[in-house]
Design a protein around this ligand. Structure first.
Ligand SMILES: Nc1ncnc2c1ncn2[C@@H]1O[C@H](COP(=O)(O)OP(=O)(O)O)[C@@H](O)[C@H]1O
Ligand SMILES: Nc1ccn([C@H]2C[C@H](O)[C@@H](COP(=O)(O)O)O2)c(=O)n1
Length: 282
């Protein structure tokens, strides 16, 4: 599904226009004075509706996608080259599971530009550019409609913020102003749009394993990634999903040790299939 077609009404709109249109429409709906806009192709068309009917004073109403909230959402999380795509490949064979891989190809080529490559070359200059686009494309992944009852996603808008943006900021490579702008965007999105996750499957690896797999995969942009980078990402994941000392975890976590060879990993995925598909966030 193209990025622009679902809820934004065309990528040619600027981010400010999108933000204003969304806020205005949301206000109209929250105020209860007007019925939701029903124009085809408009932001929040018939596919969006309000989740609850609380009063505006303690308003926690969010936009949701009609019908999509009944589907099971599983996010596969883990370090770079931990085996997420390989895991998704395995589950993609099931007819009731729709697999949504990370849109890395878009990050490597947006209208002829490569924000992923630029970010690795000069994170201070291009970190905001990449992460803004990651946030948009991940939101699109979360909101797109899928026919299957189970949706299995690679990573999430949450790890984009809590792991990668956080890492850029903490390491001093993202200026304060960039971090604040991204954070305000993230807060607005998560406060106003329902992004349900029923289960996080954490592929837990050592950074050494990821380093070896990264070398084997040999993606051009990632050739200069040092071991320390993977160690830092690993620690951020551990603090978020295992120690639970950094950020709110949006769903229960199933940890799958993922340093094993491929046959053993596939066996573990099969062993956990029922547990994964039984997940339903309360
Ligand atoms: N269990 C495994 N043992 C050895 N190599 C693996 C294993 N799982 C994946 N790989 C390989 O490691 C690389 C990274 O895997 P990938 O699934 O692309 O990771 P991710 O999507 O997490 O970045 C790929 O070359 C893949 O073929
Ligand atoms: N928010 C993000 C998400 C991913 N990346 C980078 C990390 C990798 O180089 C690449 C894809 O990750 P993988 O699926 O291989 O784990 O994108 C990032 O910089 N920011």
């Amino acid at each position: 599904m193209p990025l622009s077609s679902v809820y934004i009404g065309g990528l040619r709109r600027t981010l400010t226009q999108i933000h204003s249109a969304a806020a205005a429409c949301l206000n109209r709906q929250i105020s209860g004075c007007q019925r939701p806009v029903r124009r085809k192709g408009a932001w929040m068309n018939t596919q969006a509706r309000l989740l609850s009917s609380r009063t505006p004073q303690n308003c926690t109403r969010k936009l949701v996608r009609n019908g999509e909230e009944k589907k099971l959402v599983i996010c596969i999380e883990g370090n770079i080259a931990s085996g997420k795509t390989t895991c998704l490949d395995y589950f993609s064979k099931a007819s009731d599971i729709e697999v949504l891989t990370e849109p890395v190809s878009k990050w490597r080529n947006v209208q002829g530009h490569n924000p992923l490559g630029l970010m690795y070359q000069d994170p201070t200059r291009w970190g905001l550019t990449l992460q803004t686009y990651v946030q948009l494309t991940m939101l699109d992944r979360h909101l797109c409609t899928t026919p299957a009852p189970v949706r299995m996603m690679e990573r999430s808008i949450y790890s984009a913020k809590y792991i990668f943006v956080e890492n850029l900021y903490r390491s001093g490579k993202m200026p304060d102003v960039d971090f604040v702008v991204l954070s305000e965007w993230f807060d607005w999105i998560t406060q106003n749009i329902s992004i349900p996750v029923d289960l996080i499957v954490y592929l837990q690896t050592t950074p050494e394993t990821c380093f070896a797999r990264l070398k084997e995969r040999c993606r051009e942009e990632e050739k200069m990634i040092p071991m320390e980078y993977l160690e830092t990402i690993h620690q951020l994941y551990e603090d978020w999903l295992i120690n639970k000392t950094s950020f709110k975890v949006p769903a229960p976590v199933l940890v799958i040790p993922a340093d094993h060879d491929l046959p053993k990993m596939l066996h573990q995925y099969e062993e956990n299939r029922e547990r994964i598909l039984a997940a339903r966030n309360a």
